[in-house]
Design a protein around this ligand. Structure first.
Ligand SMILES: [Zn+2]
Length: 481
């Protein structure tokens, strides 16, 4: 009798493990820090000609692979200012060749402002690229290899989901352009090995520009995500990944985000390593706290929906940069869905007589992922191909005096369409097209929003006033399919 019982218990235990519907998870990481010996590495963010002098902490590509019911999803986070869509397509091509079976790969950049220039905009001079093509191609390959390693490392796993939305979280985000809306939601996903109970990976989704070190810093660093990962890995083990969320205009720079150093009881100095460390530790602690009340989820399937889209390019700065080769051929323009490399010569107010790319659109992508358990959606992931203003995600778009298109229709608000408790928003997902700004808040012409004395910052780093609408409509289309 005793023996029979043991056997049946064993069978019951074994069946789900062998079933096609057991969640599998694997993680892998690789260092992608550029070698500084004998070459000039331009740091991305802030402005031109900021040359790297040293490495404070390594930059990483980190990938988490999830597999269930024959669907494999790989989420990679990379410590870079951004990767263009063409780079992501290259990475996917290489990944598909090496990967067993079919899998869907998402590559999101953390947007660190202390890493190499992978967009080209931060070279020695405004129209000289900062991209080192050889290095960037090697990074693309490294990301693909890391994604493959994550897939190969997959083992039966348990999934935990957690969130924190305490109002005080907004104190960790600074916004200085109206409306003063933030997106203070922290989402955490943890995967544990079924065999050992050990953590495979923990993914943290939070919104803040990784630029704590500021423009004076010339040392390579992942910025505060480095300390988030260090904290989380110390607590739980495994590989920690940080995904930046709705980071348009959201920054920990300045006095709005004041962190008291427990050792000195003084506010950590702006632009200091200590402030980056304190912010990273704080986000890590919040992730740990959220995980204490995590929900264990038995996934049945992962649903993946993806859409390619085109958004009109208005920004003359980007057109001139493209014609000058600043993007190193990695962000081509399109007309009617076809690559369009045509140029002409124009006289522009601030730039003089310049070569100008005339293609109409940029090409990009949005993805919507649903985790399904018991036939119901339990978690969602939406990718945003740039830096989205939080009011487009969290709500609170406003019409202002001084706006260039005060009557423009409002874009859909992302979280109004998402339906689950765990809403991961991966900013700079598969592309970096710059700021996504609500059209009614678009302001390139005086008078300025709210009759401000000076223009607001933002439009200069945006594709144009229609990009947000294209991206959000495409996403809402995927969500409501
Ligand atoms: Zn930015």
């Amino acid at each position: 009798m005793r023996r029979l019982l043991t056997i049946s218990a064993f069978l019951i235990f074994l069946t789900p493990l062998a079933s096609a519907d057991t969640l599998l998870a694997g993680a892998a990481q690789a260092v992608i820090t550029p070698d500084l010996t004998g070459r000039t590495v331009y740091l991305a963010g802030f402005g031109n000609n900021r040359v790297a002098t040293d490495v404070h902490d390594d930059l990483y590509a980190r990938c988490l692979a999830l597999g269930i019911a024959k669907q494999i999803l790989v989420l990679c986070s990379v410590d870079l200012i951004g990767l263009f869509y063409d780079d992501v397509l290259t990475i996917r091509g290489s990944f598909q060749q090496k990967s067993p079976g079919s899998a869907f790969l998402i590559v999101a950049s953390t947007h660190t402002h202390a890493g190499p220039d992978t967009l080209g905009l931060y070279g020695p001079k405004p129209l000289e690229t900062g991209i080192d093509s050889k290095y960037l191609s090697s990074v693309d390959e490294r990301i693909a290899t890391t994604a493959v390693e994550a897939v190969r490392a997959m083992q039966p796993a348990r999934l935990q989901l957690a969130r924190d939305d305490h109002p005080l979280l907004s104190l960790l985000q600074g916004v200085d352009r109206p409306p003063l809306v933030k997106d203070p939601f922290l989402f955490v996903m943890r995967l544990l090995a079924r065999s050992t109970g050990r953590t495979i990976a923990t993914a943290v989704n939070w919104s803040d520009h990784p630029e704590v070190l500021g423009r004076k810093n010339t040392q390579i660093t992942a910025d505060y995500p480095h300390w988030v990962r260090t904290y989380v890995e110390k607590q739980f083990g495994g590989i920690a990944l940080v995904f930046s969320g709705s980071i348009g205009k959201v920054s920990p720079l300045g006095n709005q985000v004041s962190l008291v150093d427990p050792e000195t009881l003084k506010v950590a100095e702006d632009g200091s390593w200590r402030k980056a460390e304190l912010l990273g530790n704080e986000i890590g602690r919040l992730a740990e706290r959220a995980l204490r009340s995590a929900q264990d989820v038995q996934l049945d399937s992962i649903l993946v929906r993806t859409a390619k889209l085109y958004a009109p390019m208005y920004n003359p700065r980007f057109r001139v940069a493209e014609a000058a080769g600043v993007f190193a051929g990695r962000k081509p323009l399109y007309t009617n869905g076809e690559p369009d490399a045509s140029t002409d010569t124009r006289d522009l107010p601030s730039l003089g007589r310049v070569k100008y790319s005339t293609g109409r659109d940029i090409q990009t992508e949005v993805d919507y992922i649903q985790f399904v358990a018991g036939r119901a959606a339990v978690a969602e992931i939406a990718t945003i191909p740039g830096e989205i203003y939080p009011e487009l995600v969290n709500g609170g778009v406003r019409r202002y005096v001084g706006a260039d298109y005060p009557e423009a229709p409002l874009e859909p608000v992302l979280r109004e369409h998402l339906k689950t408790k765990y809403q991961f928003v991966l900013g700079l997902g598969n592309d970096e097209i710059g700021y996504l700004i609500p059209k009614v808040e678009w302001d390139e012409e005086p008078p300025w929003l709210m009759n401000a004395a000076e223009p607001w910052y933002g439009e200069i780093n945006s594709v144009g006033p229609d990009a947000a609408e294209r991206v959000l409509q495409a996403l809402v289309g995927l969500i409501s399919q």
